[in-house]
Design a protein. Structure first.
Length: 76
């Protein structure tokens, strides 16, 4: 999956880091950057995942397999 869009603060920090000779790069965030993967939405960069859990379920958690199991319960 490609990295998600950069936030304005990340871009400013990256420019500053590059100006002093560092080599910033996007890194994995364990959140979907594209819709449809594993039936989940793409991250909307709301910033709430660090404290409250992902409101659009773009960042996988223990709830994802639980939801899948509940959706398929009794279908076999």
């Amino acid at each position: 999956m490609p990295p998600g869009p950069q936030m304005r603060s990340s871009t400013a920090i990256a420019h500053g880091a590059a100006a002093v000779g560092l080599h910033p790069f996007p890194f994995p965030m364990a959140a979907n950057s594209v819709s449809g993967y594993n039936g989940q939405h793409a991250c909307n960069n709301c910033g709430f995942c660090s404290s409250f859990g992902c409101p659009v379920v773009a960042r996988p958690s223990a709830l994802v397999p639980l939801r899948q199991a509940l959706r398929t319960a009794g279908s076999s």
